[in-house]
Design a protein around this ligand. Structure first.
Ligand code: NAD
Length: 264
């Protein structure tokens, strides 16, 4: 299937590792120029170098890096000063820590809302009207299965991401829908990334169980009996960025190996 997105420009946030890197790679393999943002320059540069090597010297795909904290105004300004007019925007940032809501204060909530709700909205605000004026745009927010099936210890994530989900539901159905712009959320269940490993490590430190035992228990609760792969996540993201997915907007697409047990 030709996704017909070669030559477009994608802004991918949290692009140096995990799901963001999976999306970056899938888009680049389809010929999309990728503008990769992550905080740590060393990790980002090595991910970009590996991708350029995989694409090969004859590839026309441009792989650009920008080491910034996307949750700050300065970070976003640096991104847009370096490149504007993105056709595709993948919003993503690290998830908030797990914990007990009784321990969280206002600063914890503001950090979570900033990273997982207001940052995606600011990125959309900076790009969506240009997309609509040019007649093509794809916005994908990486959120979480916790939006659909909240996890008690991920209260900061449940709350902040639900706010973003409500906002996107309205925006996607606004006049931009008739101007070639789609806005969707991709909801990862358990994917094999550093984030998941950190969650298991935190749980292990708390309850003394081996990390592998915690992981095995989690796998057992997933009908697919395994964690998802960033490549699988990236492939769905690339499809949603294609003109072929132009009739899909305002959706929350769950990728969880069947873990969510509802009919819908
Ligand atoms: P990860 O920790 O493996 O990678 C996160 C990436 O984002 C890294 O490249 C990191 O450098 C970058 N990043 C983090 N904060 C940033 C910031 N402020 N500015 C720029 N870049 C930043 O995480 P992941 O597993 O790929 O998860 C991506 C998102 O999906 C997170 O929000 C996470 O909470 C959510 N999620 C992941 C899972 C899972 O199982 N992996 C499940 C549900 C939700």
């Amino acid at each position: 299937m030709d996704l017909a997105i070669a030559g477009k420009w994608a802004l991918v946030c949290g692009a140096s590792r995990g799901l963001g890197l999976g999306c970056t790679q899938a888009l680049a393999y389809e010929g999309v120029n990728v503008f990769m943002v992550a905080r740590r320059s060393d990790v980002l540069e090595s991910a970009a170098a590996e991708l350029r090597a995989q694409l090969g010297p004859k590839s026309a795909v441009q792989v650009v890096t920008c080491a910034q904290d996307i949750t700050t105004e300065a970070g976003r300004a640096a991104v847009f000063a370096s490149h504007a007019d993105f056709d595709i925007v993948i919003t993503n940032a690290g998830g908030p820590p797990t914990g007990n809501f009784r321990d969280w204060d206002r600063a914890d909530w503001i950090r979570a809302v900033d990273a997982n709700m207001l940052t995606p909205i600011a990125l959309i605000q900076a790009t969506v009207d240009g997309m609509a004026a040019r007649g093509y745009g794809r916005i994908i927010n990486i959120t979480s299965s916790a939006v659909k099936a909240p996890i008690d210890t991920l209260g900061l994530s449940n709350g902040a991401r639900s706010g973003l989900t409500g906002f996107v539901a309205g925006l996607a159905r606004s006049p931009i829908a008739a101007q070639g712009v789609t806005v969707n959320n991709l909801l990862p269940g358990a994917f094999d990334t550093d984030r998941l490993k950190n969650i298991f490590q935190t749980a292990s430190q708390k309850n003394g169980q081996e990390v592998e035992a915690i992981a095995a228990q989690r796998r057992k609760g997933i009908p697919a009996q395994r964690f998802g792969l960033p490549d699988e996540f990236g492939a769905v993201c690339a499809f949603l960025c294609s003109p072929l997915a132009g009739y899909i907007t305002g959706q929350n697409i769950l990728m969880d190996g069947g873990a969510y047990a509802g009919t819908f």
